[in-house]
Design a binder for this molecule. Structure first.
Ligand code: NAP
Length: 305
């Protein structure tokens, strides 16, 4: 990290942050990008992205992340593998604190993405990494010829259930309502997959096992009756929440933790822009994250000049 005032600091290395970085670097803005984990962010966990334009056969999330990073680096991106812990503004200058040290910039694009929502039920925390997982792409291959459960009724849960049938002999799809909120193409694919058994309307009440997941205890959402499933793994896919805690002292957040912006991705703090999943009203798609990233970078250029 150089001791200078950067034109722009980008927080987050997912599709929004990497696209913003590509635009900023290509436009000769001095740019530093922070990412605490793996470049590409949550997109790394998608087995197959079928709705990102330009890839008619779909693309694996890990490959897309690598391509986005390579593209930004081609124009000179400098990245810091560290978590941003707070951002303050002094006059026109932002002061960014991170786990790797502090730096300053004239503008900030926050594209920090989301965290996976936890169920908060007994056994979830205790058996995390011992059969409880939040990523089927990462952990699915460990459960070859096993029985597994997926909890959730959105696009992630249904895509993960379908993906897991490549390894597991049986996949229970647990959802608290009878209707799924996933898109029809994914819902139809799941309906046609003989290895998937839908278990609805059921809520998971606890996950049990001695050293490893052994059972999932369910409660019927209509009549309260209980049911037990013998499973080797439980994949939790009950949504995502924006990673914006570190911004609480800088900008008011919406009730769901997102940040409100105008159509240029500008927030109510001059010089602070937000892009991707953390933006209020985001449709939370890879393509919209990339679009937000491009818009925010162009807006930063205009702001700086
Ligand atoms: P989501 O769409 O918010 O769905 C979360 C699911 O979990 C819902 O079905 C919800 O039930 C259920 N749920 C929430 N809290 C629960 C709890 N405590 N116990 C049991 N079930 C619970 O989340 P997501 O599937 O992770 O998707 C996040 C965003 O990314 C969405 O906007 C989605 O469209 C997008 N996404 C897009 C793609 C794609 O386009 N290829 C792929 C993945 C994700 P209810 O339905 O009853 O609320």
């Amino acid at each position: 990290m150089e001791d200078k005032v950067y034109d722009v600091v980008i927080v987050g290395g997912g599709p929004a942050g990497l696209t913003a970085a590509l635009y900023c670097c290509r436009d000769n803005m001095s740019t530093l990008l922070f990412e605490p984990m793996l470049m590409g962010g949550m997109v790394n966990e998608a087995t197959l992205i079928e709705n990102y334009p330009g890839f008619p056969n779909g693309i694996n999330g890990y490959e897309l992340a690598a391509t986005l990073l390579e593209h930004a680096k081609k124009f000179g991106l400098k990245e810091e593998i560290a978590a941003v812990t707070s951002i303050k503004k002094d006059g026109d200058i932002f002061e960014i604190s991170s786990t790797a040290g502090n730096c300053k910039s004239r503008a900030v694009i926050v594209a920090a993405g989301s965290n996976k929502v936890k169920l908060g039920i007994p056994g979830e925390k205790e058996l995390a990494g011992k059969g409880v997982s939040y990523c089927a792409t990462c952990d699915g291959p460990f459960f070859r010829d096993c029985s597994v459960a997926v909890i959730g009724g959105g696009n992630t849960a249904l895509a993960e259930a379908d993906h897991l049938t490549k390894f597991a002999s049986k996949v229970y799809l647990i959802h608290r309502r009878n209707e799924f909120r996933a898109t029809s193409i994914v819902t139809e694919r799941v309906a046609a997959n003989e290895k998937i058994e839908k278990v609805t309307p059921y809520k998971a009440v606890s996950i049990e096992g001695k050293d490893q997941v052994e059972r999932l205890i369910l409660e019927n959402a209509s009549d309260g009756s209980k049911k037990e499933l013998t499973v080797d793994a439980v994949f939790v896919a009950v949504g995502i929440s924006p990673n914006t805690d570190f911004l609480k002292d800088l900008i008011p957040l919406e009730e769901d933790g997102t940040i409100r912006t105008d159509t240029n991705m500008a927030t109510s703090v001059p010089g602070l822009f937000a892009a991707g999943d953390i933006r209020y009203g985001s449709i939370r798609q890879v393509i919209s994250a990339a679009g937000d990233g491009a818009t925010s970078a162009i807006a930063v250029k205009n702001y700086l000049s």
